[in-house]
Design a protein around this ligand. Structure first.
Ligand code: DAH
Length: 357
């Protein structure tokens, strides 16, 4: 240890300029290493106090040695101290910025105490819910699901279904024609033909799908709507099967309910019927929704006409069948007490979210 150096590297009161500058340079080397090693705001604060703290920092200690130097050397010694001070302070500030930015990167990125933002989740449309429920009831009875095209030929949509020539349904006022003999199907019944062409009896299918008619858009009509077709063909199938199955369906879907069958007419069934359920809204008393009758018509049905079986390539001497067609939108109105069918097509979230599941 040379004269003028204290054991801790600081300058002694009786040091020379050389010792003094060497001590200052040593402080800068030590200090920069300490600063680099400070990885948190707290430890950097401590290092700052140790190095440049006003009361007992190492720089202050060195400064206290200045008066012991010969007066002509004090200026150079002071300049050396200032250079060290500047270097240390710059390094302290730079490290402070590094520490702050890494604290931001490591810290929690989300404030878990913040209330969450409202999330919209998708939900099924009420008509979709009704279709799924109906299909499920028939699935339990051994029916499978079939589908067919929405752009359909004249033959499948009308001819094979035993429509007499010039039936009003074939009129351009009622039906949307894409070409001379191609229509947007007016019902799901053509899929009866397609199914029977493809599968041999016994056949039991339900056929959900969209259909199109040149109908006005009003409280109870829409130019596009969903239907569910049903078809059961086998040996020995009778009207008893039709009635029993559809009554079972009504009780499953609506809960124990009164049903009634009224005679009707469709070209593709003989005999034909329409099924009503007691109005859910007024319990049979009569209200605006059921037009005062106490009954709501939910489907058309009947025994499949032999001409339809023949057109599909099925032996109508050996096999018989029954079929139905219903409108799930109308059924949704009943189920949910909706007064206007257009609400189902508006896609207004304020309406739909009341029924969302
Ligand atoms: N296709 C008929 C319609 O759209 C509904 C219908 C009635 C379908 C009786 C059937 C049925 O299968 O047997 O109005």
């Amino acid at each position: 240890m040379s004269r003028g150096e204290s054991p801790d590297g600081g300058a002694s009161p009786r040091g020379t300029l050389r010792d003094f500058v060497a001590a200052a340079e040593q402080l800068q080397v030590d200090g920069l290493a300490l600063i680099k090693g400070a990885s948190s705001a707290n430890s950097l604060d401590e290092v700052r106090t140790t190095l440049v703290g006003r009361k007992q920092g190492r720089l202050t200690d060195l400064m206290k040695g200045l008066p012991a130097l010969p007066p002509e050397e004090r200026r150079d010694a002071g300049a050396a101290l200032n250079r060290v001070k500047t270097a240390l302070e710059e390094a302290l500030d730079a490290q402070a910025a590094v520490v702050a930015s890494s604290a931001r990167a490591d810290g929690p990125r989300v404030d878990l105490s913040m209330p969450s933002r409202m999330q919209y989740t998708g939900a099924k449309h009420p008509v979709t819910l009704v279709i799924e429920e109906i299909v499920e009831i028939f699935r339990m009875l051994g029916f499978t699901v079939a589908a067919g095209p929405e752009a359909e030929t004249d033959w499948y949509n009308f001819t094979a279904l035993n429509f007499p020539p010039n039936h009003p349904a074939m009129d351009a006022h009622d039906t949307i024609y894409l070409a001379d003999d191609v229509v947007l199907r007016t019902h799901t019944s053509p899929v009866q033909i397609r199914t029977l062409q493809e599968y041999k009896p016994p056949v039991r299918v339900v056929i959900p799908g969209n259909v199109y008619r040149l109908d006005p858009f009003d409280a109870s009509h829409a130019p596009m709507f969903a239907q569910i077709e049903g078809l059961s063909v086998d040996e020995g199938v009778s009207f008893v099967d039709l009635k029993a199955t559809l009554s079972h369906f009504a009780n499953e879907f609506f809960g124990a309910t009164k049903t009634r069958f009224r005679p009707s007419y469709f070209p593709f069934t003989e005999p034909s019927a329409e099924m009503d359920v007691e109005c859910r809204l007024c319990k049979g008393a009569g209200c605006a929704a059921c037009k005062g009758t106490g009954w709501m018509e939910i489907l058309g049905a009947g025994m499949v006409h032999p001409n339809v079986l023949t057109a599909s390539g099925v032996d109508s001497e050996r096999y018989t069948g029954w079929a139905f067609g219903m409108g799930p939108a109308r059924i949704a109105l009943q189920r949910y007490g909706i007064p206007d069918i257009r609400l189902l097509y508006d896609s207004d979230v304020r309406f739909l979210e009341q029924l969302a599941r």
